[in-house]
Design a binder for this molecule. Structure first.
Ligand code: TYD
Length: 400
């Protein structure tokens, strides 16, 4: 049984897998991607994780000569050449149901092409791009409201699962695999999409327009635009279009109704900033109106991953919190770095120097589980916040 793993990659998938390997006390090396700047975004930085956990970071070239190891590529940005390695235990997790969608843009293209499924594939690395023998695949059914962003987060989760599940057999070199078929295979290179000139094409059917919008909905990268509008989603009406595709039939603050090649469509506008302003000011009537016209706003998050309910809690707008809970928002929601709603509320309590209103959150079953305040989050708190938390716990101990 081998005892060394080289993880080459980026984002939460590389971090999740390394955390799993660290727990198993497996010897680890990391190879970083070129544009990992050590700063967390909607995905955490693998470079930062390596520094924090004192992982040995090596170059791809250095990894060629590490014997008795397996090489795992998890969203790595370079082409790995097997002939340069001293062994053949090289594996990749590709974010598609191979043999289709080899190459790039796999969170976008299956949606753009209106596929029913996508998936993740663990495969051997050979000379080609995503062409090696398949070890395991997991299918992901694409829901009618799937966006590139939601699909990518499913890829990360399932990609982590498929890797950790197979690690022992990879280390023992005791897995089976099968070659990819040529039928149904597809490949997309960098040329397939130019992010800098994306615009909605309205000379399409309703279903093609919906696919375009959802395929490019990924707030941390881009949202699809048309004229002066920016969209977060789309639904198809039952009305057959009688006017020229692209004719605006109705425009409100929150949505646009447009004629297409076949059916009229409703395009939901990105009014997250306006919603945030309403929340900060506690304008409940405006919030209700906005969310009725544009229910997709409820699912939106800021670049840091703050949802409307987190924003409401961080401005102590508890009436808004209560209203959002009736709309399926989660009281124990957290941002992309795992910072929980109650922690945001505590920060506001610190600014106001009052913990009184926080009792409202407890009554709404906000999780006071101490691990929410552990680790890096606790160490990033000011003394004053730490004191507030202590006071808070003492006062409401009976609720915990
Ligand atoms: P990336 O990690 O660059 O990999 P790839 O293009 O090979 O899939 O991006 C992951 C997903 O993020 C990608 O499939 C689509 C989405 N994305 C955008 O929507 N816009 C962008 O500008 C980038 C870079 C990515």
């Amino acid at each position: 049984m081998l005892d060394t793993v080289i993880v080459a990659g980026k984002n939460n998938i590389a971090i999740n897998v390394c955390s799993f390997l660290l727990e198993k006390k497996i010897n680890l090396y990391a190879v970083l991607t070129k544009n990992d700047n050590g700063v967390d975004s909607f995905q955490s930085s693998f470079k930062k994780f390596c520094l924090q956990n004192k992982l040995r970071v090596i170059s791809l070239r250095e990894s060629y000569r590490i014997d008795n190891s397996i090489f795992l590529s998890l969203q790595f940005d370079q082409i790995v050449k097997p002939e340069l390695f001293s062994h053949h235990r090289l594996y990749n997790v590709h974010f598609s149901l191979l043999p289709e969608y080899k190459g790039m843009y796999t969170a976008i293209l299956p949606l753009l092409h209106q596929r029913k499924n996508s998936g993740v594939t663990l495969h051997k690395i050979n000379q080609g791009i995503d062409t090696g023998d398949i070890i395991e695949q997991k299918k992901i059914p694409l829901s009618s409201d799937e966006t590139a962003e939601s699909l990518y987060s499913k890829y990360i989760e399932l990609g982590t699962q498929i890797t950790t599940k197979n690690l022992e057999t990879l280390l023992a070199d005791s897995f089976s695999s099968y070659p990819q078929t040529s039928s149904g295979a597809s490949y997309y290179s960098k040329k397939a999409i130019n992010y800098s000139c994306l615009e909605l094409d309205t000379f399409k059917t309703a279903s093609e327009i919906k696919a375009q919008v959802q395929a490019f909905t990924f707030r941390n990268y881009q949202l699809l635009k048309w004229k002066n509008y920016t969209f977060i989603g789309c639904s198809i009406s039952k009305n057959a279009s009688t006017l020229k595709p692209g004719t605006i039939l109705k425009a409100t603050q929150n949505k646009l109704i447009l004629a297409s090649m076949d059916f009229d469509i409703v395009l939901y506008l990105d009014t997250l900033e306006e919603l945030i302003l309403n929340i900060k000011n506690g304008q409940l009537a405006e919030i209700k109106h906005r969310l009725t016209e544009n229910p997709l706003l409820l699912k939106q998050r800021t670049l840091k991953g703050c949802s409307p309910i987190i924003i409401a809690a961080s401005y102590s707008q508890f009436e808004v919190v209560k209203y959002l809970l009736t709309k399926d928002a989660k009281i124990n929601d957290s941002d992309y770095q795992g910072k929980s709603l109650i922690l945001y509320a505590l920060e506001d309590a610190e600014r106001r120097n009052s913990i009184e209103q926080l009792s409202e959150l407890i009554q709404l079953s906000a999780d006071l589980c101490p691990q929410a305040y552990n680790g890096s989050l606790l160490s990033s708190l000011s003394t004053c916040q730490a004191h507030l938390i202590k006071e808070f716990f003492q006062k409401y101990k009976s609720h915990i």
